[in-house]
Design a protein around this ligand. Sequence first.
Ligand SMILES: [Zn+2]
Length: 425
Amino acid sequence: MSLSFEIAAVSAEGGRRGQLTLPHGDVQTPVFMPVGTAATVKAVAQDVVETLGDPVVPGEDGLLPRGAEIILANTYHLYLRPGHELIRRAGGVHRFMSWRRPMLTDSGGFQVFSLASLRKITADGVEFRSHLDGSKHFFSPEHSMAVQIALGADIMMAFDECVETPASWERTRDSMALTHAWAARSKAYWEEHRHEVPWAYPPSGPHESKSGTEFARAYDHQHFEEKHQALFGIVQGGMYPDLRKESAEKLVEMDFPGYAIGGLAVGEPREVTREMIMRTLEHLPSDKPRYVMGVGYPDEIEEYARMGVDMMDCVLPTRAGRHGLLFIREDPHDRRSPVVRLNIKKLDNAENQGPIDAGCHCQVCRRYSRAYLRHLFASGEPLGATLNSIHNLAFYLETMERVRGDLSKFPDSLEPPSAREVRFP
Ligand SMILES: [Zn+2]
């Protein structure tokens, strides 16, 4: 078993309350996944990522925060540095970074198209130069799979081409056709090589000696027997509903364990993003997880979750945090009030002894004042970036916890179309 998805409730708008079961644990959906680009959620340590958000989970001494149940890592970055073979030798990215919960890797496609230079695209793959040192590399669907298998995330993504925005209908159609051909090749490679994932077999070698870390020694390989990674296909089609439909149908024919909607939030108006998501969701199977890549603001993730998106990721909470931008509620005691952005740099925070957001229960709002956070930011202290990122991540997780709570209320009123459990061999 690599992935199972159980839907407990479906709202009238199509929002789904579910649970993903993956080799490294369970994930409550809809879920927001913090981005850990280079095997780190920037500036936030793993034990903190595990304890973010409101205390909602029963523990031995009362309620505990759920924390992030799944994070994302970027294939392109880890391939270039420190290299996927080094991570394979460490036992996979979970062990390498001491993260015991589920994880997802992207295909590297988006970064190749957005960061690397001198790209040459052929039917076979993409040749590009590293944004770090200009060295030449080649990514094919097979190579992306091999790298992602070495990294060993619970979910990996098929290699896709991302078209520039705006792009003509013809250009988008041709790019989409390439993405479909690459999806088929990604799947074929995954099916043949998925047993090679580093945690699927007992490790050997010097890293298994008694000198390993506590985390490495506690890593139970028995638990992973017979388990492997799941592969998601990525729907493309730009801003054209007819192409989105065609892309979704084509990928559904290939039968992936889950589906992503890619190529959105790349500069188009928000109404267009929303429409493309809506027009794509209707062509995806209701019993499989659906993931919108790279979105968005807190109110957007809430909106998309209520429309039936199960998974989302975005660098925004950590990136905004590093720039001193904090997400708060307009009325801190009404968690459904509009989201506003607080600029911690502003002078009027200099002597404000209150928290960032009086209604937020995160470790930062419970302990530190706006005045202190402004001082850290103004002094360029790294702790400022850390604390701001923790609050923003907690704000995103709190938002999704509330949405899941709302969606949970539906099981009695509506018969979910797919309450059965779906398993993939
Ligand atoms: Zn907070």
